[in-house]
Structure formats: C-alpha cells, structure tokens
Design a protein around this ligand. Structure first.
Ligand SMILES: *[C@@H]1O[C@H](CO)[C@@H](O)[C@H](O)[C@H]1NC(C)=O
Ligand SMILES: *[C@@H]1O[C@H](CO)[C@@H](O)[C@H](O)[C@H]1NC(C)=O
Ligand SMILES: *[C@@H]1O[C@H](CO)[C@@H](O)[C@H](O)[C@H]1NC(C)=O
Ligand SMILES: *[C@@H]1O[C@H](CO)[C@@H](O)[C@H](O)[C@H]1NC(C)=O
Length: 266
C-alpha cells in the first residue's frame, strides 16, 4: 500500500516535470473571446440526471443532493488569455443544488477543455471535474460556425456537436457582479483521481466560489444539434438534451475564478 502510494507520487511528480504542466493557483483572470450560454431545464431530482451528465468515475460524487427548480446551463467558452494560456471549454451545469438553509450553488458535472494545464489546475484549484478533449471550431460561409468536441484522437465519436448561428448584431448588455450577486456561486464536491491518467487528479475537500463575470455585449445566437438526429450530445460523453429555448447568448469579456473557500472535509 505504502509502496503504491510512493509509486503514484513518483509517477505524478515525474509526469508534471516531464510534461511541464504549469502549476497555476487561484485566482485566475481569464479573457473570454467568445462564450455561448444556453439554458436547460434542471432535472426534478438527481435520479433523473441524464446519461452522460458526468464521467462514470466521478458521477457517484457529483450526483447526490437536492436539486432546486432553478436553471441548468450549457456553456461553450473560448479563452484567449489566462494563467495557463488560451484554451476552449464545454460545460454542462445540470442545475443548482441546495445544501442548507443558507447555501445553494450551481454544480459543474461535465466539462471538457482543450489543454492538460487547464485539466490539472481546474481540478486542483476548484474541484472542477475537467477532462481533456479535442475541439473543432469551423466557421461556415453564412456567418455561423460548428463546434464539435471529441475524445482525444477519436474524431469519429464526438461527445457533442452543434451549429451556432448569430441572429442579430451585438447589443450592449453589461453583465457584472452588481447584476449577478450570489447567483453564480459554484459548490463543487470532491472526487477521486483517475487510476490511469495522472493529469486527472482527485481532491478531498469540497470547494465553493463565486464567479465574477464582466461582459459588454450580447448577441442572440441559435443552437442546433449537429449529431445524427439533430442531437447535441451523444448521451455518453455529454447528455442528449436540448436547450429549453434554441436561442442563447454570445458574450465576450472577462471571467474571474477566485480563491475558493473549503466548505466540507471528507
Ligand atoms: C484580476 O481582476 C481583478 C478584478 O478586476 C483585479 O483586481 C486584479 O488586479 C486582476 N489580476 C490580474 C493578475 O490581472
Ligand atoms: C472540423 O469540422 C468541420 C465541419 O464539421 C469538418 O468539415 C472538418 O473535417 C473537421 N475537421 C477535423 C480535423 O475533424
Ligand atoms: C494529456 O495528458 C495525457 C497523459 O496523461 C496524454 O496522454 C495526452 O496526450 C495529453 N494531451 C494533451 C492535449 O496534451
Ligand atoms: C451550510 O451551513 C453552514 C453553517 O450553518 C456552513 O458552515 C456550511 O459551509 C454551509 N454550506 C455547505 C455547502 O455545507
């Protein structure tokens, strides 16, 4: 057992040196070049979380609790600058979990990013259960674009694919903390490390943080599924769900991930 522990530590230490994953503690100020947000209906209870809502290893930690009749979100975000450099991300937030009379928080249960630096540090800093995936953004002649997110090196079996079509010119909509208040609180359970991928580290304490979003413009954007049958998710690596409305917002601005507070120890 002890030997196993030391071996794991050694492999991890060697890995992080060899592949030079930068250690980038919170806070992170990120420049968002493009972000898309679509509202989805939260399930009535955790029993109804759709297949693909989380990675199988992490699902037992990410499922339990009480889900409020609030909103869920699908987010697609392209960061052009930040402590670990540019990366892209796809997020599923099924809804807001209630904890006690005072605390409730959105929970990210499924999330893909383009870089291992984002995977390692996102897990370490905030319990965000990131996995690496390959993203393909392709601009089309009509001003729309497709985004496809696939398992590493497996372009034939995408988790997610959608076409995004802007419908109007950007309108000035300033979103900031004065508007969002505590609404963008995330409370993230701890989860185990991957037994096979040293970048997918685990954590042992729950973390809570309040996202700080600052935007200047909003562009109404239509989403349509680009997987066979008009699906957006394959129901394995991402839920096979549709947004409540096919129209969402395209935003740009900054996003700050602050130093989290630790809300529970295991
Ligand atoms: C991050 O943003 C906050 C709030 O706008 C600012 O006070 C802080 O100086 C920024 N930090 C960096 C490293 O840019
Ligand atoms: C990226 O997506 C576009 C549009 O769906 C497709 O034509 C292209 O072949 C894809 N590229 C790769 C490398 O899969
Ligand atoms: C991420 O790290 C894993 C090893 O854990 C490696 O197999 C994979 O190639 C890396 N991916 C990228 C995009 O760096
Ligand atoms: C619940 O309430 C207590 C205080 O009564 C607080 O310390 C704790 O952090 C709260 N939140 C969670 C997620 O347990």
């Amino acid at each position: 057992m002890l030997l196993y522990y030391f071996l794991t530590f050694f492999v991890l230490a060697t890995f992080c040196r060899a592949d030079s994953i930068p250690i980038a503690p919170a806070p992170w100020n990120l420049t968002v070049s493009e972000a898309y947000a679509f509202v989805v209906a939260p399930p009535p209870s955790p029993a109804f979380l759709p297949p693909g809502f989380a990675n199988p290893l992490e699902a037992p930690e990410l499922r339990p609790g009480v889900i409020l009749p609030d909103i869920g979100l699908i987010l697609i975000v392209r960061y052009s600058a930040g402590p670990v450099g540019p990366y892209d991300e796809l997020i599923y937030i099924p809804g807001r979990w209630a904890y006690n009379l005072t605390d409730s928080g959105l929970r990210i249960t499924q999330i893909y990013v383009t870089t291992n630096a984002s995977v390692f540090n996102g897990r370490t800093n905030w319990n965000i259960p990131k996995h690496q995936a390959d993203f393909n953004f392709t601009k089309l002649a009509d001003g729309s674009q497709t985004v496809t997110v696939s398992p590493p090196g497996d372009l034939a079996n995408p988790h997610f694919s959608a076409k995004l079509t802007p419908t109007i010119d950007p309108v000035p909509v300033e979103i900031n903390t004065a508007l969002t208040g505590n609404y963008l609180t995330l409370i993230q359970p701890s989860f185990p490390a991957s037994p096979t991928n040293p970048v997918e580290v685990g954590t042992t304490t729950w973390k809570q943080l309040l996202l700080n979003v600052q935007t200047k413009t909003l562009t109404a954007t239509i989403i349509s599924g680009a997987l066979p049958g008009g699906k957006i998710g394959n129901g394995i690596g991402f839920p096979d769900i549709q947004p409540l409305l096919p129209v969402g917002g395209r935003l740009s601005g900054t996003l700050i991930f602050p130093v989290p507070s630790i809300v529970r120890n295991l």
